[in-house]
Design a protein around this ligand. Structure first.
Ligand SMILES: CC(C)(COP(=O)(O)OP(=O)(O)OC[C@H]1O[C@@H](n2cnc3c(N)ncnc32)[C@H](O)[C@@H]1OP(=O)(O)O)[C@@H](O)C(=O)NCCC(=O)NCCS
Length: 176
């Protein structure tokens, strides 16, 4: 696609909550980034569609992002929320769409949530632009025990190259 066409699309991009009609495109977008993202089955995306957001322009889906609430015990009012499945079409990267999308999802989460917002990522520089700071994986042991232990890519969550980060605008894990 020509650069000026792409730039025009970026200017018109809007973030909205996903609908079931977006599920197949979201699934394809996540699948297209197997190195960075955990592949998610279409059925999983459909069941969690109300936790997905998309960014689109001229009815074209350009990116997606979702979140999940991690299992916790004790103070449920400060449960940790994890950002997941953040992806922008490879043809539309570097134009601010990813940040626009992540900022909108954070705004949404902050409306119902008082606890930490975390992400595990290979691109910490990108999330730092949206106000995330590095944290120790030891501060998110509930994530490690509930999911990282099932990872098929890396044997040890503490040597896995993914970086743990928390949104600085909310409480940090471990120091809620
Ligand atoms: C990471 C990703 C979502 C970024 O989307 P994007 O639309 O290209 O990002 P933006 O254009 O909004 O970038 C915002 C800022 O982050 C920086 N940034 C984006 N991707 C970066 C990267 N891979 N490395 C370093 N900095 C990066 C940009 O330079 C920009 O900085 P600036 O504000 O100073 O110009 C996109 O590259 C992607 O889909 N990657 C594959 C999936 C993935 O890695 N998802 C995140 C895993 S949790």
């Amino acid at each position: 696609m020509r650069r000026e066409v792409i730039q025009e699309l970026a200017g018109k991009a809007v973030v909205r909550q996903a609908t079931l009609r977006d599920a197949r495109q979201i699934c394809a977008l996540v699948k297209a980034n197997p190195e960075e993202l955990m592949v998610r089955a279409l059925g999983d995306i459909v069941r969690n569609i109300d936790r997905f957001f998309v960014i689109s322009a001229s009815r074209r889906l350009l990116g997606c992002a979702s979140y999940t609430i991690l299992p916790d015990v004790g103070d449920y009012s400060s449960a940790t929320v994890e950002l997941r499945s953040v992806a922008i079409r490879s043809t539309h990267r570097g134009m601010g769409l990813g940040s626009h999308l992540v900022d909108a999802v954070i705004d949404h989460i902050r409306r119902f949530h008082a606890g930490p917002i975390i992400v595990l990522t290979y691109t910490p520089e990108f999330f730092a632009k949206s106000g995330f700071e590095r944290i120790s994986k030891r501060d998110i042991m509930h994530k490690i025990y509930s999911e990282c232990v099932n990872c098929t890519k890396h044997g040890n969550p503490f040597t896995c190259p993914e970086v743990a980060m928390a949104y600085a605008g909310e409480g940090k894990p471990g120091g809620k």
